[in-house]
Design a protein around this ligand. Structure first.
Ligand code: SAH
Length: 497
């Protein structure tokens, strides 16, 4: 039997972009992933579907697995030959009990590795606009646990901390906040020393609260600060009003649902996240190539008889390329044919295969693509490679101009039955989410996945007129991109509702 191993991976403080490259690689090759409650959904989505996932920190049901049991679980899974990733919030070795988890493995000679993570102790202040050190203010940083065992006093040397004069960062300190502040005051800290709490830092729900060491407990109570939060004490906190970049992002706190197929959601989701939005991916369509597709095969055989090859989506490009590769051919089989693409997204897909579009219409839809082809005055027939449910607008334009064409329908759009509970919850929130629709079929897929929901409060951000028309059928409130591109859609969302 192959020997298993355990890789402790730091998942970072919340923002999925703060996972390390090495951590992501470890997750991608995991057979078992054991994770805690603070690990973000977007990182959990990176776990390969065939890997076993074990949540050892289910907070909702208070089923947090005892530490010894976690240690044994890791040992058993590794012993059975599995490649185990143990995913922990922040950095595994900073108040993360990572060391304890390795002890048992070391005793049993199980191979292990540790991939450090970005710790909340530094990243959360940073996202709150607080650099933990600054030459003008301090020369040390102290990271302290504020965890208080039931019935016991805090085990913190307040006098030593006050004397050192550095920045103090407390983790797990929400419950003991007033004890921490009074401990520091009693040890002689100036009552007007700046102090801050940052709740759910680095996530779209981040909430920074600024005060002084004497006022912080009352302010935090009034604001009902909850865990996970970081407490920062020191003059550096005064810099936050200047450096508070994350909370000023244009889409900060806005919930956005991305309905694109899984393999295409990444760019849109990441760009929205970079603007501060809370993104939930809910793929409402998937494209499935028709295999075998004799029509397409035949068209490729006779490729020299066509003048133009036309694609109306990236899926058309990947379907054709898939066919070529599957049948022992490659792009050279396309010879010197000219290529038309409906828009820049399709052109980008072409470039992956070393091709580029000779023609892209000024407006990215079927009708304009048809017009643009006519204007190019083809001498020979046009080969169209597209979805089974393609718009008639494209071929109508060709017919009006008596241009011969072959319309090959070679992939199908399906509506996967995704788990819609999370989406229903989002729809019920006080500020309903914006739902992005990048094709009319994503609207159909969304509506069929959700069934009888109240759509009247949803804002549908649509990529173009056809998508908008589909959304209006279901009485969604729509906003529509000026141009049918992801950039334009994002701009429209930023302009507001
Ligand atoms: N190993 C982790 C810390 C685990 S202890 C790390 O390196 O970050 C858990 C504590 O971390 C929480 O009680 C809270 O104080 C802090 N924490 C973790 N994630 C946080 C976040 N996103 N925002 C604020 N505090 C966070």
């Amino acid at each position: 039997m192959k020997t298993g191993q355990v890789i402790l991976v730091g998942a970072g403080p919340g923002d999925p972009g703060l996972l390390t490259i090495k951590g992501r690689q470890a997750i991608a090759s995991a057979e078992v992933v054991v994770y805690d409650r603070l690990v973000s959904q977007a990182i959990l989505d990176m776990i390969p579907p065939e890997a076993e996932r074990i949540n050892v920190g289910k907070e909702s049901s208070h089923h947090i697995m005892p530490q010894e049991q976690i240690n044994t679980l890791l040992l058993e899974k590794a012993r059975s030959g599995k490649r185990v990733v143990r995913l922990k919030g922040g950095d595994p070795f900073l108040f993360g009990r990572g060391g304890e988890e390795l002890e048992l493995l070391a005793q049993h000679g199980i191979p292990f590795q540790e991939i450090p993570g970005i710790t909340s102790a530094i990243a959360v202040p940073a996202y709150g606009g607080i650099p933990v050190t600054h030459r003008d203010f301090c020369s040390s940083l102290h990271i302290i646990t504020g965890h208080q065992r039931a019935g016991k006093p805090l085990d913190i040397r307040f006098d030593a901390l006050v004397q050192a004069g550095g920045t103090l960062v407390f983790l797990m300190g929400v419950a003991a906040l007033s004890n921490i502040c009074s401990g520091l005051l009693q040890a002689g800290m100036a009552p007007d020393m700046p102090a801050a709490v940052v709740e759910r830092g680095t996530t779209p729900a981040q909430r920074p609260i600024l005060a002084t060491i004497s006022t912080l407990p009352a302010v935090a109570e009034a604001e009902q600060v909850k865990s996970p939060s970081i407490i920062i004490v020191g003059k550096v906190c005064s810099l936050s009003s200047q450096f508070d970049w994350f909370d000023k992002l244009p889409l900060k706190g806005q919930n956005i649902i991305v309905t694109r197929p899984k393999e295409r959601a990444g760019t849109l989701s990441n760009r929205l996240r970079a603007l501060g939005a809370e993104v939930t991916e809910f793929p409402c369509i998937e494209t499935v190539p028709c295999v075998p597709c004799q029509e397409l095969d035949l068209a490729v055989e006779q490729i020299d008889s066509y003048e133009w090859l036309t694609f109306t989506s990236p899926a058309g490009v990947s379907t054709l390329m898939g066919l070529l590769l599957r049948t022992g051919r490659d792009v050279r089989a396309l010879g010197r044919i000219k290529i038309a693409a409906i828009g820049p997204g399709t052109d980008r897909e072409l470039r992956k295969y070393g091709l580029r579009a000779d023609l892209i219409p000024t407006v990215y839809d079927g009708a304009h693509l048809g017009e643009a082809l006519c204007e190019a005055r083809p001498q020979g027939p046009v080969l169209i490679v597209r979805a089974q449910l393609g718009t008639p607008a494209l071929t109508e334009a060709l017919e009006r101009n008596h241009i011969p064409y072959e319309d090959v329908r070679c992939y199908e759009t399906r509506y996967p039955c995704s788990e819609a509970e999370q989406i229903h919850n989002l729809l019920e929130q006080e500020t309903p989410p914006i739902v992005t629709f990048t094709s009319a079929s994503t609207v159909t897929g969304f509506v069929s996945a959700l069934g009888n929901a109240d759509y009247s409060r949803i804002i549908a951000a649509c990529i173009g007129a056809q998508t908008e028309a589909e959304a209006k059928k279901y009485h969604l409130h729509t906003i529509t991109a000026k141009e049918a591109t992801i950039e334009s859609l994002i701009e429209r969302i930023m302009e507001g509702v």
